[in-house]
Structures are given as structure tokens and as C-alpha cells.
Design a protein around this ligand. Structure first.
Ligand code: BGC
Length: 417
């Protein structure tokens, strides 16, 4: 679909702009980084590029998880109006590359040695047909709990190590009159949480089979049913106003102490950072109970389009800045993620960031690093969207039982494949 839609514009664009002209000193970037923490992180990049004389042309499209942004991108590209780069998640990069609209950064990658410093898991999504088409910005992971420390102390809670411990902790918060679980009722947030529930319920082998290999037997299994039952247990601890709430407002509930905990990717830590909160003192970061030792990851990539010649120098400057060691540290400290290179020191990171870096290294070496299905690293976008839809229908009561949920999930994934 994407291929058919885009292929004509790819040719039209490259003919129209083949003449050489003075370089355009501007970077145009489409992204969905509109929360406080995200905007602060993006500023690090804007400032780095400004130092090199590049103006920043912002194309923000609000909506966590990026669904709205990806709709906007599709329209821009179909009109032959390519941004210098767009924020993208894994399989989306590959889709655009297959449609023939991405640029080629291989020369820059060689000069900068990206193949040695970028983890193989990320290269699978940033290199297409032997060519670098995207610059990985970071590695996020989704299997985290973000906890208000004062509330935790007040209820006498300790780190939950198992799913049952987690339920007991949520019960304590409820008994103390605090909203136990802060959640935004949007499909991508619900599915992002479900990624962790599946890992906790079935373990790493099961997660891989069901969520990355899309193995039918696993998707239909009792373990998957149990995962839905566990999700239903968690939803009981969410406040009644959760429908449609943005993820960063859910994080704010934890920051303020209105809620005990949020299950969210470590972009949530960017919000704590922006609110000048310190791990260990103001908040706690634990792995989702029963998932310690595994990392469910996603990575923001700057997908680089095949822009006209006079905009290529700006693109190279953006890519080079993005993968520089100093930027990788400065940006990710603010964003809540960890570097997309293996050779960046953890010195400037807080305790959660240091844990994130160590966890990623261990998971990468130990074979327990898996792509998030909700966040574009488990399967192509059509499958991920089908998954998000089923999870959300279950959370909002349109799918009424775990039996029905499993049947619907298998069907939706089959249709989308
Ligand atoms: C992106 C993060 C972003 C989050 C919420 C995720 O898909 O990877 O960079 O902060 O969405 O907007």
C-alpha cells in the first residue's frame, strides 16, 4: 500500500530537484515530542544544530506513540514534500525504505563508524538493503514502573517482585485512598502496558514467540488468556476518568502524588527530570514485576528522506550530530532513554538511567532483549495497530472475556499480516 502510494512521488521529486543550488541551511523535522520532557530533549538537538548554523523547522504532531504523526507524514510524503527527517519507530522505517523514498547515509555511517557502535538490534531497522536510511537516537524500554516515593513510604510499600506482589501493593494504595494506577486510556498506552504484562505472565521465550514471531499457538494459548486476565486485574486499579488521558498527564498524577504508580516507557522519566525530581528521593524506578533481566525496547529513529541535493548537507549534519557521543549522552539524560551507541559513558545519567544502560547491555548479551509490539518493534505497523485495537477494546469493555480477547487477537493479527 505505502509502496504504491509513494513510488510515483519518489521519482517526481528526484527529477524535479536534481539541479545543484546553494545548500539550504535548515533542518525540517517531523516528530511527536510535544510533552515538557520531550520538548526539553529536542532542544538539545536544536541547540547543537544552531551552533553549526542550521535553522530548525519544526513539524510537531502531538499524540504519544506517534500514530497521528505517522498519518501526517504519509500525507507529506505522498505530496512529494519530504521532511529532512522524521521520528519513526522500527518497522515504519523499513516500510518507507521499501517504498523507495529514503535517502542514503552510508557514507556518513562509514566515516563515523556507526556499524561498530550501534547495537545490531537497532541496525536491523536503520539499515535497509545494505544502506543506512535512519539514524537511531536512543533506546527506550517499556517494562518499567514509575512510583511516587512519598506515597510509597506513606503506604509502607516495598518493591514488588512478582505480579501478585504488584496487586498487593496496588491494594495498599487503594486502602490509603490514593489512585493506585495512573493510566491514560488510549490504545497505545494500554498496549504498551500489556507488553509488560505478557512478559511477566509468560516469560521471555513466550513473549518472543507471541509478540515478535506472532506464533499462532502462543497467541491462542492459556498463557495469553492469563495475560488478559492479569490485564483485567490491573485495570481495576485505574481511576474512572482515565479514558483518552494523555500519557504525560498520567505521569503528572504520579509526580504530584495523586497516584502511586504508572506503567510506562522510560520517556516518563523525562517528565520527572523536567519537574526536577530525583530518583531514590522523589520517585522510584523498578522493572515491571516479573520482568527483571529482560528489556522490551523501542528506539526513536530519525528516518532520513531522499531530499533534494541542496538539502542533503543539512541531513548529514543532523545525522552526524544525532550519533555523536556527546549528543547521545546529553539528549538521553533529558529524554529518559539510554544511548543508541554502546560506547557512551553512563557518568551523566541518574540512577534509573544507569540501570537502563546496564540492563540493556545485559539483555543484549544474554539474549533477553525483545522488541515492543506496541511500540513498533515487534511487527509491521498493520499488525501493531490491530494489536493495539484489540487490547483497547478489552480494556474498555467491548471485548468481555479473556477467551474472546484471544480469539479476536488471533483473528486481527491474521487479517493484518
Ligand atoms: C516514543 C518516545 C515518546 C513516546 C511518547 C514513543 O513512541 O518512542 O520517544 O516519548 O512515544 O510520546
Amino acid at each position: 500500500m505505502l509502496r504504491k502510494l509513494l513510488i510515483g512521488t519518489a521519482l517526481a521529486t528526484s527529477f524535479a530537484f536534481s539541479a545543484h543550488a546553494a545548500d539550504v541551511k535548515e533542518v525540517q523535522m517531523l516528530h511527536w515530542w510535544t510533552s515538557g520532557g520531550e520538548a526539553a530533549a529536542l532542544n538539545v538537538l536544536k541547540q547543537d544544530l544552531a551552533k553549526e548554523g542550521y535553522a530548525w523547522k519544526d513539524v510537531p504532531v502531538a499524540g504519544g506513540g506517534g500514530d497521528a504523526a505517522m498519518t501526517a507524514l504519509k500525507a507529506m510524503v505522498a505530496a512529494g514534500n519530504y521532511p529532512t527527517a522524521s521520528q519513526m519507530l522500527g518497522y515504519t522505517v523499513l516500510d518507507y525504505a521499501a517504498a523507495g523514498v529514503m535517502g542514503d547515509l552510508t557514507e556518513t555511517a562509514k566515516k563515523e563508524g556507526w556499524d561498530k557502535s550501534v547495537p545490531t538490534a537497532l541496525q536491523k531497522f536503520s539499515v535497509y538493503d545494505g544502506k543506512w536510511v535512519a539514524a537511531p537516537v536512543n533506546v527506550h524500554s517499556v517494562n518499567w514502573l514509575w512510583i511516587n516515593k512519598a506515597v510509597m513510604d506513606k503506604i509502607g510499600g516495598t518493591e514488588p517482585k512478582t505480579f501478585d506482589d504488584f496487586i498487593a501493593l496496588l491494594d495498599k494504595a487503594k486502602a490509603a485512598g490514593v489512585i493506585p494506577l495512573a493510566l491514560g486510556g488510549q490504545n497505545w498506552q494500554e498496549a504498551t502496558m500489556f507488553d509488560s504484562v505478557v512478559m511477566s505472565t509468560g516469560g521471555p521465550e513466550f513473549y518472543k514467540k507471541a509478540m515478535n514471531d506472532l506464533d499462532d499457538t502462543s497467541l491462542k494459548s492459556d498463557t495469553m488468556k492469563k495475560s488478559f486476565d492479569n490485564l483485567a486485574k490491573l485495570i481495576k486499579y485505574v481511576d474512572p476518568n482515565f479514558s483518552g488521558r494523555d500519557w504525560n498527564l498520567a505521569t503528572a498524577m504520579v509526580i504530584k502524588g495523586d497516584a502511586l504508580v504508572q506503567v510506562m516507557g522510560d520517556w516518563a522519566k523525562g517528565e520527572f527530570h523536567a519537574a526536577k525530581k530525583t530518583p531514590g528521593t522523589d520517585f522510584l524506578c523498578y522493572r515491571f514485576p516479573g520482568t527483571d533481566g529482560t528489556v522490551i525496547y523501542n528506539s526513536d529513529m530519525f528516518g532520513m528522506f531522499n531530499v533534494p541535493d541542496d538539502r542533503k548537507a543539512a541531513q548529514v549534519a543532523l545525522a552526524t550530530a544525532t550519533l555523536s557521543k556527546s549528543f547521545q549522552s546529553a539528549f538521553n539524560v533529558v529524554k529518559g532513554s539510554v544511548p543508541a551507541r554502546t560506547d557512551v559513558p553512563d557518568t551523566d545519567f541518574d540512577a534509573c538511567g544507569k540501570k537502563g544502560i546496564a540492563d540493556l547491555k545485559k539483555a543484549n548479551e544474554g539474549g533477553t532483549l525483545f522488541g515492543s509490539l506496541a511500540q513498533g518493534y515487534g511487527a509491521p505497523p498493520a499488525v501493531a495497530n490491530a494489536y493495539k485495537d484489540v487490547i483497547s477494546k478489552f480494556v474498555h469493555g467491548q471485548i468481555k472475556s479473556s477467551d474472546e480477547a484471544v480469539t479476536e487477537l488471533v483473528k486481527a493479527i491474521d487479517d493484518a499480516k
